[in-house]
Design a protein around this ligand. Structure first.
Ligand code: BJ8
Length: 425
């Protein structure tokens, strides 16, 4: 498939034939899953466009920015403090982790019982099909789950610019000190990479950009409380996913624009599914582009997904950086305060997550929870059993799904989802 961006992709070192193949599969899947939906809000046009140019115009913007001296930092986790990156006029992008690629090569590097998300990151690198990882000036790995932290030892041999951030696993005073020290070290690394000193004025600007985007997402989430649901779970997930790639200011404007439209829909009683359609909450592992399998199965079975307790969802965007003072140290502390509250399953114990799931289910009027666990993801699998017991003891049914990125289990999952919906009815 000839593209005006071919020269750029070649320059970045992509394997053009493999990349074409990937875009073809992505485009077909997108058409089948997203464009076939009924009653989509018009504001989704913008997100369709971003997705169609996610490897094209968006990469060109980043590459053009680099020509003017702006740096690009890639990340795999919502613990990486974006405010610091924005403060140095750099761009933080989420790296591709939502599809299988180059699996033969990945199997030579990672154990078979590694989760699909980690394997995907390696597959995109080894298959030379991710323009984000190839254009990044720095790639940040974080010591979260065992799979990720050990795999970064191998990834370090594949990329020239891996920066590893240590993170605590216990929410103790010592743990908080470690996070604060690591955020400080990261700030210094970003300053060195960009040649920009992060002043109070710059950091305040970085905080505002990221907070504004979070507030726009909070507005969107609140609108999903309405019945009939004004937007599908698939489209809301897509917006959450696009947040990891798009220019944050433009993205924020586009989210507010679609929220204006959704408010009108709610006033008119218009929705994507009939009033009273079963409402479900997702909880668990993050779903990166193009991991749309389970929400697609759920929504094509007649239910609506009304919320995502996930890093590509509310776990990633909950809480703002709250003002704490005007100097750099106070702002850095305020940033730590905000990230410290993230209830990722790598923390032990992690009681806040259960509270958040219950709260979200109540707020959104969800009749059931789908726990989404990737195969071999121990932190989320481990939490799923006690979580299921607690929620079910409070009359909130749970369907625990364990899957990967292949399409082999679609029929089996569909049967289980349909049975779950019948049980809810
Ligand atoms: S803050 S959820 S983005 S670590 S699915 S790689 S946990 S074995 S992605 Fe995560 Fe940050 Fe936590 Fe969020 Fe490991 Fe599980 Fe794989 Fe996972």
């Amino acid at each position: 498939m000839a593209s005006e961006h071919e020269a750029m992709w070649q320059e970045l070192g992509l394997d053009l034939a493999a990349h074409d193949q990937l875009l073809q599969v992505l485009g077909d899947g997108y058409g089948q899953i997203f464009l076939s939906q009924q009653q989509r809000p018009e504001g989704m046009e913008y997100f369709n466009f971003v997705m169609s140019e996610v490897h094209g115009l968006r990469i060109k913007e980043l590459v053009d920015g680099q020509a003017e001296g702006k740096k690009v930092i890639g990340s795999f986790c919502v613990f990486v403090p974006e405010e610091i990156v924005r403060a140095a006029d750099a761009t933080l992008v989420g790296l591709c982790t939502g599809a299988d690629f180059a699996t033969d090569l990945v199997d030579q590097m990672l154990p078979r019982n590694t989760c699909a998300l980690i394997k995907s990151a390696f597959g995109f690198k080894l298959g030379k099909v991710c323009p984000y990882i190839e254009s990044a000036d720095m790639i940040v790995g974080e010591n979260t789950c065992d799979g990720k932290k050990k795999s970064y030892e191998t990834l370090g041999g594949l990329v020239p610019n891996l920066y590893v951030m240590d993170l605590p696993q216990v929410k103790s005073e010592q743990g908080r000190q470690l996070m604060a020290a690591e955020f400080q070290r990261f700030k210094e690394a970003v300053e060195e990479l960009t040649g920009i000193e992060i002043t109070a004025e710059r950091l305040a600007k970085g905080i505002k950009i990221v907070n504004d985007r979070r507030e726009a997402m909070h507005r969107l989430y609140k609108l999903r409380v309405a019945d009939p649901a004004p937007i599908s779970g698939l489209d809301a997930l897509l917006i959450n996913q696009v947040a990891f790639y798009d220019d944050p200011v433009r993205f924020t404007e586009s989210v507010h624009k679609i929220c204006d439209e959704l408010e009108e829909r709610i006033k008119a009683g218009q929705g994507v599914a009939p009033k009273g359609a079963p409402r479900l909450l997702f909880s668990g592992c993050p779903m990166a582009v193009p991991n749309w399998k389970v929400p697609w199965i759920v929504e094509s079975s007649g239910a609506v997904v009304v919320g995502e307790e996930s890093c590509v969802g509310e776990r990633g965007t909950r809480n703002l950086v709250e003002p704490k003072g005007d100097d750099v140290d106070s702002m850095m502390e305020a940033i730590v305060d905000r990230y410290w509250k993230i209830d990722c399953a790598v923390f032990t114990p992690n009681p806040e997550r259960e509270e958040h799931v219950k709260q979200m289910a109540a707020d959104y009027g969800a009749q059931g929870v789908i726990h989404y666990g990737l195969q071999f993801c121990q932190p989320y699998q481990m939490e799923s059993l006690p979580l299921e017991k607690k929620l079910e003891s409070q009359d909130l049914p749970v369907l625990r799904i364990e899957t990967d990125y292949s399409m082999e289990d679609v029929e089996q999952l569909k049967t289980r989802v349909e049975a779950f919906l019948e049980m809810l009815a």
